[in-house]
Design a protein around this ligand. Structure first.
Ligand code: MRU
Length: 349
């Protein structure tokens, strides 16, 4: 299969989500017609990845809005904000979720037509967020290509988690850079960290690469330093869930250690993310809320319990890479040093 992957799709009056919990063994879709089901799909990670959950939440807002029965404008907005509250409670770290909900609420607030037309406008707004994200990722891919090391001619890149088409509306951020390197003949191989505990690298990034014939080697997270020392890695490219005004970056747990070992081996470390992932309201990464997920992600693999009873667990889903470990943040507006991203503050998306 070499067809584009769209994890969130509007079709026949409902949303189709690729069920990412079933990949790579099953490629199936879940149909979502109600906002409650969308909220559930986001928390259970049927849909995941910062931009993708933003797009999913935008459609969720519409699904909720179309069930509002009032002709009173203020009442409509109040109910819409309640719907937003439900979606906001699903996952705390990726700021794209909150960005998309804010944008949907603004659409309703700024609509000067009748209340009856409001939900139709919200569908248009959600579709716009969806379409824009694909273009944004393609632009990130093109800009990323410009900042990758110029030698060797064909690079070996390392990524963590899945920042691919599955994590966006399509194409991907970090994997967008990998895709453009591949299509331009600049990629020799992608190394994909398996990404414990949920294995997004082993299950999802490798799946995307196989669909497109991109050479991929999956490694356990603990093997990255060894691979770097052996000279197997030319650059690291990862996605982001929230970037603060100073360039600190929250991404999947394990990203911080990857940045540290990349620094130790003088390997450039890049973050690829849309402007909508930058949260200028937070001055630094210590302020980013870090999601903690259920310990079963650590003690259970499939049906098998791998730890003895009586053990305690700590399962943060994200960590924060300090800005000084990041060579450049690749956005749809170009690649910037972490100190320069403040220049993007005036661009509203
Ligand atoms: O917990 P997940 O799978 O939603 O985490 C995903 C990541 O950390 C991605 O790297 C990030 O969202 C960027 S996706 C383009």
């Amino acid at each position: 299969m070499n067809t584009p992957v769209y994890p969130v799709r509007w079709q026949d009056n409902r949303v189709l989500l690729i069920d990412q919990n079933r990949l790579p063994n099953e490629y199936t879709h879940v149909e979502i017609s109600r906002v409650e089901d969308m909220a559930q799909a986001i928390s259970t990670m049927i849909v995941r990845g910062a931009p993708a959950i933003g797009v999913a939440a935008a459609y969720g807002m519409y699904l909720g809005a179309r069930e509002i029965r009032t002709t009173d404008r203020d009442e409509f907005l109040m109910q819409l904000i309640e719907i937003g509250r439900m979606l906001r409670a699903t996952r705390p770290t990726a700021v794209n979720l909150f960005w998309a909900i804010d944008r949907m609420e603004d659409t309703a607030r700024n609509w000067s037509g009748s209340v009856a037309e409001m939900s139709g406008q919200l569908l248009i707004a959600a579709q716009k967020i969806n379409a824009e994200d694909i273009e944004t990722c393609q632009a990130i891919g093109a800009h990323g290509l410009m900042v990758l090391p110029s030698s060797p001619e064909r690079l070996c890149l390392l990524t963590h988690c899945n920042a691919g088409a599955l994590a966006t509306a399509g194409y991907g951020t970090a994997l967008g850079v990998v895709r453009s390197a591949w299509t331009q003949g600049r990629l020799a191989r992608l190394y994909a960290d398996e990404t414990r505990p949920r294995l997004q690298g082993a299950k999802l990034t490798s799946w995307e690469c196989v669909q497109e014939g991109i050479p991929v080697t999956v490694i356990a997270d603990s093997m990255a330093a060894h691979c770097m020392k052996q000279g197997l890695i030319d650059a690291v490219v990862v996605g982001a869930d929230r970037i603060t005004a100073n360039g600190d970056t929250a991404n999947k747990i394990g990203t911080y250690s990857l940045a540290l070992i990349a620094k130790a081996h003088q390997i450039p470390f890049f973050v690829a993310a849309p402007r909508s992932t930058i949260d200028f309201s937070l001055s630094d990464g210590s302020l980013i809320p870090i999601e903690e997920r259920h310990p079963s992600e650590l003690y259970q693999i499939g049906e098998t319990i791998i730890c003895p009873p009586g053990v305690e667990f700590y399962n943060p889903a994200f960590d924060v890479t300090p800005a000084h470990l990041i060579q450049a943040i690749i956005t749809e507006f170009g690649a910037f040093s972490p100190a320069e991203i403040i220049d993007l503050k005036h661009i509203s998306v």
